[in-house]
Design a protein around this ligand. Structure first.
Ligand code: BES
Ligand code: MN
Ligand code: ZN
Length: 503
């Protein structure tokens, strides 16, 4: 079933890096820099690193790992040098990658204690790069192997975070808060990844809803779960239509976090298809292999609200998640069926694999009825978006330039990538049906755009942005800096967005 991740204790330690007794110390090194690794001063290890640089055995490129045992001048038994890339390019994205690489390398066996030395290079130290480094360390200890008989990875018992000498005076509180932020956001990323990596039989809508409720309530976020009867009485025709082919009932989860008292709230909406077979418009087997990832939007939204609450951000957020399976059971919706949606619009279903827009339409209508200041939805919505932008960039569409700019600003702060696609008026044509108000598929071209155009009909006048995360939600490849499986993409960016947004 859906279990919790093992937790790592993270604490600030103000010992000299050279005197740390943890068996492993992680020492960041910059690329093309004459400086020694963070915290190495003029130790024998610093001299050795200088020689390795001269011989081009070590460059400090991003994610490069070099293990040195019995490092001269250090009390620790082993040092792991991790490349941060060049100082000019060292941003939050690079920090996450470096942290991830280092901890993934060490997390293959249980370790009571690991120390991380913080490079204190910037005048604004400690800034969000410190948080991102901790987020990366946290994410790197957690792999996709949730059902392996022997865990493939182990969270460290304790992560000791140690600033370089002499850099902490007057900045202790700021440093503590970056560490705490990194811990909370890193755990949120892992929560989203765990939910995505959970096998589909273990996260049926009801079970996933219960798990989301549980993690929300731990953070004192109020949670409401709708069952089938409630979904019927709320007339969520799109969600009911998609869920009809499954023997498992759909669910709607609504989380409310109020960090700013009375006043406007932001609505987050997540697609939560716990498995997308395509329905009667069945996917070929190879395209179905990773379709447990089709609830990433819901997982990311839930994890982000939890993080916002634990960080006590001064914002009001309401998150809506529509959960169901897209299956081929005897009651499955058929091509030519017409669904009546929450807002009264009728939709002719001409491809049951275009199910995401059907379930999102109802929650978007419901969310907009409650007059949020803006709405952001996240959905693994179209393969077309992957064709357009590749596997690492999300499509960003919407009806409001300011909201778009704020999301792009949050993206550049975290290093996650989104790119705007146009949502022009004439695209509406493509969704005209002969029998109903709309049909659920456009033509052959611009599929990410027609999907978003469909969603737009359900948000009224509310400023709205849609992130199509079909590409970045999932990774096929496993590498030093990345795991295969769910990525937890856009948790970091949503948290950043909520931090910068007084609703
Ligand atoms: N969940 C898929 C989109 C998807 C594809 C996500 C690959 C992640 C990886 C979505 O429900 C879907 O099937 N979309 C169809 C829409 C089409 C039928 C108009 C698609 O993209 O093929
Ligand atoms: Mn589909
Ligand atoms: Zn889908």
């Amino acid at each position: 079933m859906l279990d919790g991740s093992d937790l790592m204790k993270i604490r600030l330690l103000r010992d000299r890096p050279t005197q740390i007794l943890s068996p492993w110390v992680i020492l960041p090194v910059f690329e093309n820099s004459p400086n020694p690794p963070a915290g190495a001063g003029d130790t024998g290890l610093a001299t050795l690193v200088g020689r390795l640089r001269d011989r081009k055995e070590l460059t400090g490129s991003l994610g490069e790992l070099t293990a040195i045992h019995e490092p001269a001048g250090f009390a620790a038994a082993s040092a792991l040098l991790v490349g941060l890339g060049p100082l000019e390019k060292w941003d939050a994205g690079a920090a996450f990658t470096a942290g991830f690489a280092a901890s993934k390398r060490l997390a293959g066996q249980p370790r009571d204690e690991v120390a991380l030395i913080l490079p204190a290079v910037a005048t604004d130290f400690p800034d969000e790069r410190i948080s991102a480094l901790i987020e990366g360390i946290t994410a790197g200890t957690r792999g996709p192997g949730l059902r392996k008989s022997e865990p493939g990875r182990y969270a460290f018992g304790t992560l000791n975070v140690v600033p370089e000498e002499g850099e902490v005076a007057g900045r202790l509180e700021a440093l503590e808060s970056q560490i705490r932020r990194g811990e909370i956001v890193g755990q949120a990323v892992n929560l989203a990844r765990d939910l995505v990596n959970t096998p589909p039989a273990d996260k049926r809508p009801e079970a996933l809803a219960a798990r989301i409720r549980e993690v929300a309530q731990e953070a004192e976020v109020s949670a409401e779960v709708w069952d089938l009867a409630r979904i019927r009485s709320e007339r969520f025709g799109g969600l009911l239509g998609v869920a009809a082919g499954s023997s498992h009932a759909p669910a709607v989860v609504i989380l409310e976090y109020r960090g700013a008292g009375e006043g406007p709230h932001i609505a987050l909406v997540g697609k939560g298809v716990t498995f997308d077979s395509g329905g009667l418009s069945l996917k070929p087997s190879a395209s179905m292999e990773d379709m447990k990832c089709d609830m990433t939007g819901a997982a990311v939204v839930a994890a982000s609200v939890r993080a916002a609450a634990l960080l006590k951000l001064p914002v009001n957020v309401t998150a809506y998640m529509a959960l169901c399976e897209n299956m081929t059971g005897g009651e499955a919706m058929k091509l030519g069926d017409v669904l009546t949606m929450r807002n009264g619009k009728t939709v002719e279903v001409l491809n049951t694999d275009a199910e995401g827009r059907l379930i999102l339409a109802d929650v978007l209508s419901y969310a907009s009825e409650r007059s949020p200041s803006r709405i952001i939805d996240l959905a693994t919505l179209t393969g077309a978006c992957m064709v357009a932008l590749g596997l690492k960039v999300a499509g960003l569409l919407g009806n409001d330039d300011r909201l778009r700019d704020e999301i792009l600003a949050a993206c550049s702060a975290t290093g996650e990538r989104a790119w705007q696609l146009p949502l022009d008026e004439d695209v509406r044509e493509a969704l005209k049906s002969n029998v109903a108000d709309l049909k659920n598929v456009g033509g052959k071209w611009g599929g990410a755009i027609t999907a978003a155009k469909f969603l737009e009909q359900f948000v009224g006048d509310i400023p709205w942005a849609h992130l199509d995360i079909a590409g970045p939600a999932w990774s096929d490849s496993d590498s030093v800096t990345r795991d295969a499986g769910g990525t937890g993409c856009f948790v970091q960016t949503l948290v950043k967005f909520l931090e910068g947004s007084g609703s």
